[in-house]
Design a protein around this ligand. Structure first.
Ligand code: HEM
Length: 149
């Protein structure tokens, strides 16, 4: 039963994370300012919280799921999945810092809009995050079936 609940939570959180990331990419476009910048900042915060919950629920699945922890911990494919997750997390630092900086500037100057170069950089990193993110379910499906053991 706990395995089922954890699996459901895991999948719902993963879908939420993918949705939040896609919305961030859509919002981070030329013309970003004022209200849409506020929305982007809130979505980025929700993205961080969701990623944290995925990590917690993911490790709960490792220790209290249907299989023994060694099934995952001794499998390089599991660690490849965790590495991909970590890369997405590290990449997300740059957009978060930029968004927080923009928010601060927009508070001081309501007409503020991010420089085109900065926006393009953030869009590129968000796009890269989406690409690396796509590797995670691939590793997940392989590890769940014991590939790598
Ligand atoms: C955004 C990040 C993540 C994504 C997209 C993701 C994706 C998935 C998917 C699609 C499955 C189902 C695999 C299948 O049954 O075919 C799965 C299972 C699982 N994931 Fe994740 N996952 C993520 C993060 C994590 C993290 C951080 C951990 C652990 C720390 C974790 C641990 C697990 C475990 C233990 C299973 C169960 C595999 C099994 O049924 O044996 N996941 N994940």
């Amino acid at each position: 039963m706990s395995d089922l609940v954890l699996a459901i939570l895991h999948h719902l959180l993963i879908l939420s994370l993918a949705g939040l990331l896609a919305v961030e990419r859509v919002l981070a476009r030329p013309g970003l300012s004022g209200a849409s910048l506020g929305t982007l900042a809130r979505i980025d915060a929700a993205y961080g919280a969701t990623a944290g919950l995925i990590l917690v629920v993911g490790f709960c699945r490792v220790y209290w799921g249907a299989k023994v922890p060694a099934f995952y911990l001794e499998n390089p494919v599991f660690w490849a999945k965790i590495a991909a997750f970590a890369v997405v997390g590290l990449l997300s630092i740059l957009p978060t810092i930029a968004i927080l900086k923009w928010r601060k500037q927009a508070k001081a100057d309501p007409a503020f809009t991010p420089a085109a170069d900065d926006l393009a950089k953030v869009r590129r990193v968000l796009g890269l995050e989406l690409v690396v993110f796509a590797l995670i379910p691939i590793f997940a499906a392989a590890m769940a079936r014991g590939y790598g053991l």
